[in-house]
Design a binder for this molecule. Structure first.
Ligand code: FPP
Length: 241
């Protein structure tokens, strides 16, 4: 199995998982956190170097207030409870998105956990929080524009590398594989620039039901596609002798 260096996941279906059981939506998110734990640990075990999870989109702010505050509390509780295991597995926490919009308490625990794990080097757990791909691109363009206005940059210097350097993901390679759970076949404003060449795997399984087995299945599908990707059309038609 070829392990992706950077795996990105759209964790979808918590609400439906809860509705199927006549439970409040937050119970689905709480169960989703359990899946996050399992997936983070398995990715570290497998040797994934970067794991990006879409935990809260810039559009999610429009959800009912109690769901938003519940998600923020789950995030803070997760960071507190997982610190020991992040240290044990050598996981460094990072975050992308418009973090200034997060409530003070979530921002503080996020910052503390990033600082506490800063020297870990086995895997980067990158949380997309208050994140939108278009918003990220707008912020990058605004920052480049400002540098041009103040003559720190010339417009002639704008190229792919310069844009990458102004995105929130500047320190990360592009994802090799993007997984979305729950049967929806959309990108929903996630890593729009960065997934230009990523393999996409969609599964019908709802995020709270996603587990080690499903993760392996998605990575196996990725391995298979990559093997094809490395061959020329002629090689695919002529079996090896
Ligand atoms: C999508 O399900 C999921 C989210 C909007 C939030 C994802 C959050 C978690 C898994 C828990 C918190 C995260 C961390 C990293 C601790 P949905 O509510 O859109 O599901 P639905 O489409 O079935 O309604």
């Amino acid at each position: 199995m070829h392990i992706p260096k950077h795996l990105a996941i759209i964790m979808d279906g918590n609400g439906r998982w809860a509705r199927n059981r006549q439970l409040p939506r937050l119970a689905g998110h709480a169960r989703g956190v359990e899946t996050v734990r399992t997936v983070v640990q398995e990715c570290a075990r497998l040797g994934v170097e970067y794991l990006t999870l879409y935990a809260f989109s810039s559009e999610n702010w429009r959800r009912p207030g109690d769901e938003v505050s519940g998600l923020m509390s789950l995030l803070a509780a997760f960071l507190r409870s997982e610190l020991a295991s992040m240290q044990e597995y050598g996981i460094r926490l990072s975050a992308i998105g418009d973090l200034a919009l997060l409530p003070e308490q979530s921002r503080r625990v996020l910052q503390e956990t990033m600082e506490a794990t800063a020297s870990n080097d086995k895997m980067v757990l990158n949380l997309a929080l208050s994140y939108g791909g278009r918003d990220e691109i707008i912020r990058a363009m605004a920052s480049i524009g400002k540098k041009i206005e103040t003559a720190q940059l010339s417009s002639l210097q704008i190229d792919e590398a310069l844009i990458c350097d102004h995105l929130d993901t500047r320190s990360l390679p592009d994802p090799d594989l993007l997984i979305r759970t729950s049967g929806e076949m959309r990108i929903s404003n996630f890593l729009l620039w960065q997934i230009a060449y990523s393999e996409l795997v969609f599964t019908d399984v709802l995020w709270p039901d996603f587990g080690v087995e499903e993760l392996h299945r998605a990575i196996e599908e990725f391995s298979l596609r990559e093997r094809r990707f490395g061959l020329t059309g002629d090689q695919l038609q002529t079996p090896e002798t």
